[in-house]
Design a protein around this ligand. Structure first.
Ligand SMILES: CC(C)(COP(=O)(O)OP(=O)(O)OC[C@H]1O[C@@H](n2cnc3c(N)ncnc32)[C@H](O)[C@@H]1OP(=O)(O)O)[C@@H](O)C(=O)NCCC(=O)NCCS
Length: 439
């Protein structure tokens, strides 16, 4: 992880650092990392080392999806064949000749990755999991065979990943009639990460990281980067600019971290992921930016979200009217305008120092990514800001989550204010009463 201090680009992991690496293993195990390599990185002699690093990640239980670019290869082919190209990035117009070169370049680069991963002892597969639609005409320019991602066949990719296969995705998609379209690989990496719920995108490129005011930043909060792009996107070199833009979009859509790493550095990938001082740039989100106070418009969505848990008796039943009446108690976690998680926070006039956390729910697809913890931490912070000193939670099935993961302890029912105690006894749910410090 990057920490803000400059690092030596030649930093390597010593055997004594193993303990440091091992602490990341339980945290990363089972997570999906999207690794996106520029065409120039695949062409670099260090690429064989990167593939070995990927084998290490796999051996630690991290699930890897590979995306590659073809910029350098398409330029090389154009020179070699003396065929002018209309664009090399998948962002501008792709004419038929450029599309033809893009297909050839993609096949060559994918094959190189396939070969390298095979040599590293990994199972992998080139897929057709991306459906695309033409970009169409933008600002009067027909982008011809340049496409954008329409849909990702998530189930197909998940099956591969579950079976230990590394999917390799080319910067190529197919429209609904099976016609080929050229895609920008940075955009594809972001779409994949969002769709698969990846916890990281690592962009491997030919730059030491994000350069701002002549200096490489080792880490940068997403809102700072978004503001810089808004102010003057041309301050970033073209290839980096598209990564910076996709990084911002990915983080705002829920991908926690995006790294930019120089693909030419030996052990760069491993060092960036497993050391306190990264070698590239880490772009990270504000932990709570996707949590917001619920409004009346969310009532139905909250009701539907919580219904699943109510069925399994994990949460107490609440009618839509009850949710609406107390809507200002609810906070929701939103990705792309979909509610993914909820939590509520209630206060009692007869015991203002105590806040009650309730209705905690995370959609099962998003379990195990720290969202539950984040919602609880947010609610505890909010309780503190509103003057409470303690937070209480009542739980029938998830008490071990509160005690083992969120720092709560079991308490006696006398901690509840009188009116709440009465309701507790009447409900006969016999929930465990858990308490922790607010803040
Ligand atoms: C409980 C719940 C909110 C956890 O959400 P989550 O986003 O998966 O949790 P996180 O990713 O933040 O934390 C995962 C950790 O919690 C642990 N955990 C999750 N549910 C647990 C449970 N019911 N009991 C014990 N531990 C649990 C996981 O094992 C994991 O531990 P680790 O970090 O040591 O690997 C979610 O499972 C849920 O919505 N459950 C149904 C509703 C419910 O029971 N709500 C609480 C009643 S108020």
């Amino acid at each position: 992880m990057s920490s803000g201090q400059p690092a030596s680009p030649t930093a390597t992991i010593k055997p004594t650092d193993l303990r440091g690496i091992l602490k990341y293993v339980p945290r990363f195990q089972g997570q999906i990392f999207v690794i996106a390599a520029d065409g120039a990185v695949v062409a670099d002699e260090n690429f064989a080392n990167i593939l070995l690093d990927i084998a290490v990640l796999k051996s630690l239980g991290i699930k890897v999806v590979m995306v590659h670019g073809i910029g350098q290869q398409i330029r090389d082919l154009s020179r070699l064949r003396n065929l002018p190209i209309s664009d090399d990035s998948g962002e501008g117009p792709t004419d038929p000749a450029t599309l033809d070169l893009a297909i050839r370049a993609s096949s060559r680069v994918s094959h190189q990755i396939l070969e390298g991963l095979t040599q590293a002892g990994l199972k992998c597969a080139i897929t057709n999991a991306v459906r695309a639609v033409p970009m169409g005409i933008l600002k009067g320019t027909d982008l011809q065979f340049t496409g954008r991602v329409d849909r990702i066949d998530k189930e197909f990719l998940q099956q591969l990943i579950q079976n230990g296969v590394v999917p390799i995705l080319q910067p190529i998609g197919f429209d609904r009639d099976g016609r080929t379209l050229r895609l920008n690989s940075d955009l594809l990496a972001r779409e994949l990460a969002e769709s698969l719920g990846a916890t990281k995108i690592v962009f491997l490129t030919q730059a030491a990281g994000l350069e701002i005011d002549g200096e490489i930043r080792r880490d940068i909060p997403v809102e700072v980067l978004a503001a810089l792009l808004e102010k003057d996107a041309s301050a970033f070199a073209g290839r980096i600019r598209s990564k910076a833009r996709e990084a911002v979009a990915a983080i705002l859509a829920g991908v926690p971290r995006v790294h930019l790493v120089d693909g030419g550095i030996h052990d760069g990938l491993i060092n960036e992921i497993f050391s306190n001082v990264g070698v590239g740039t880490l772009i990270y989100g504000n932990d709570y930016q996707q949590i917001r106070r619920a409004t009346r418009r969310d009532v139905r969505a909250i009701y539907n979200l919580l219904r699943n848990a109510v069925k399994r008796e994990e949460l107490v039943h609440r009618t839509q009217q009850a949710i609406e009446k107390n809507i200002d108690q609810f906070f929701v976690y939103e990705i792309d305008e979909n509610l993914i998680a909820a939590v509520s926070l209630a206060f009692y006039p007869d015991k203002p120092q105590l806040a009650e956390l309730g209705s905690l729910y995370v959609l099962p697809f998003y379990h195990g990514r720290g969202l539950g913890k984040k919602m609880v931490a947010f609610a505890c912070r909010e309780a503190h800001q509103r003057g409470a000193t303690q937070v209480v939670a009542l739980s029938t099935q998830s008490f071990a989550f509160f005690t083992g993961v969120c720092g709560f302890e079991e308490a006696g029912k006398e901690i509840l204010p009188e009116a709440r105690l009465k309701a507790y006894e009447e409900s006969a749910r016999n929930s465990r009463i858990l308490v922790r410090k607010a803040g």
